[in-house]
Design a protein around this ligand. Structure first.
Ligand SMILES: [Zn+2]
Length: 451
């Protein structure tokens, strides 16, 4: 018999859902990790004989699965959570609330830390996050241990005018936002062996002029990676783009060379048949935000977009960190929209893991538990009443569980959440600091907070 080999970590679990291409599941399974990488997956008994780990996570009473991949988010916008849902839609278009341009870099860091904490607590180990002060977001993700793709919020429409429905384009604003993103890339791209990556993110086709969109395309082509944006999110956006260019938002992005398989566009709600066909043909990715869309009273035609050839991935878009909840909402909304059972648990689980990872160019690293991939995984408490009865594992997970059932998260082989608590930062201090920032900024918007 061969001598056992040393490894850094052995994770066992009552049930392992690998979400690999063969949908392999293991009862009483184990995963061996060396450094940042998964080196073995199999029956717990076999792996215990084969490996001598320096650390073991005993997953008794736990389900082990890949960490969730959330492809569109803006952590500093946590400032409006719990209020914007009843008084407006996209914060940038809503007066009477704290605006992004009021934040200082320290404010953005405090709010981003809160958002990153919530995401990790709910099992999102990879997140795409972009906003003003992107370096603050990168720092928060880096310190808490998440894998993240970070970008700035590139636009040249003047935000103060936008909140009142007017479009004033300013060269100075555009250049400042480009500079911010360039500095982000310089400082953070590739940090910690690629755990933090940086991309380009023009905010939306109406908040960016044609010239700015052309400039971003040039920069993103030279940089590589994805381009992240919002697309056909609001009737206001569609009307503004038509008035300015005579084109719909997807037609404009197509004309400027941005509509392709590198594009990840959130929302994609207000599209006609021709827009859907155009987006499908481009093989772009829709960052589907079912919770945010529903709160705005809208349903995105994602089944039509998928049938036309687009890739679908999932996001929480800031106001919740719970991607399992988003999976459930995606199913319900499409069943309402198509009046039938058009979407199931297994499909949306893929959208929130493998498809998301592939969309952001990380399909070879994360999104499933396979030998050779990075060790990004979460453990859910199998003894939770919301995770019983367990039949195929997928159904109860999507239709009944929530992010609160996650108790451990591992990124790059490092335990970053244990027993629901952060291991690399003080979660209580993060919540208190974010509350302090919120109280000040809501006070400036004319509203006293009770916290
Ligand atoms: Zn967004």
């Amino acid at each position: 018999m061969q001598e056992p080999t040393p490894c850094d970590l052995l994770v066992t679990g009552d049930l392992i859902l690998t979400l690999d291409p063969n949908s392999r599941t293991l009862t009483s399974g184990a995963i061996a990790v060396s450094g940042r990488t998964i080196v073995d997956i199999g029956p717990a008994e076999t792996l215990r004989a084969r490996w001598t780990p320096s650390k073991t996570i005993d997953g008794k009473g736990r389900i082990v699965m890949p960490g969730l991949v959330n492809v569109h988010n803006h952590t500093p916008l946590m400032i409006t959570r719990g209020m914007i849902e009843d008084i407006g839609f996209a914060p940038m278009y809503t007066p009477g609330i704290p605006q992004g341009h009021w934040l200082t870099e320290d404010d953005a860091y405090a709010l981003s830390s809160l958002g990153m904490y919530e995401l990790l607590r709910a099992g999102c180990t990879t997140v795409v996050d972009f906003y003003r002060y992107p370096s603050a977001c990168a720092r928060a993700a880096s310190e808490l241990g998440l894998r993240a793709v970070i970008a700035g919020r590139v636009h040249d429409a003047e935000p103060g005018a936008l909140a009142t429905g007017k479009y004033d384009y300013s060269r100075a604003i555009g250049e400042a936002s480009l500079k911010e993103n360039a500095e982000l890339i310089e400082r953070w791209n590739g940090h910690d062996e690629g755990r933090i990556r940086c991309d380009w993110a023009p905010h939306a086709p109406d908040t960016c002029s044609d010239d700015l969109l052309r400039e971003v395309k040039k920069l993103a082509d030279a940089h590589g990676g994805n381009i992240h944006t919002h697309l056909s999110q609001l009737p206001l956006e569609v009307e503004a783009v038509k008035a300015r260019t005579g084109l719909t938002p997807p037609q404009l992005l197509d004309k400027l060379g941005l509509l392709n398989d590198r594009l990840i566009a959130a929302h994609c709600i207000h599209m006609d048949r021709a827009d859907i066909e155009l987006c499908g043909k481009s093989h772009m990715t829709v960052a589907h935000a079912p919770i945010g869309n529903a709160k705005g009273g809208r349903i995105a035609p994602i089944m039509e977009l998928k049938e036309a050839g687009a890739r679908i991935a999932l996001c929480t878009d800031t106001f919740s960190g719970d991607l399992i909840e988003a999976m459930r909402w995606a199913i319900s909304m499409q069943r309402i929209n198509r009046q039938g059972n058009v979407l199931d648990a297994r499909t949306v689980l893929d959208w929130g893991t493998r498809e998301g990872a592939e969309a952001i160019g990380m399909g070879d690293r994360v999104g499933s538990l396979e030998v050779g991939k990075r060790a990004d995984m979460i453990l859910l408490d199998n003894r939770s009443p919301s995770l019983a009865p367990l039949v195929d594992g997928y159904g109860v997970l999507v239709h009944s569980a929530s992010g609160h059932d996650v108790d451990t998260a591992i990124v790059d082989g490092r335990v970053v959440l244990s027993g629901g608590r952060l291991t690399m930062a003080d979660g209580d201090a993060i919540v208190a600091e974010a509350q302090k920032v919120a109280s000040t900024l809501w006070g400036r918007a004319g509203r006293q907070t009770i916290g």
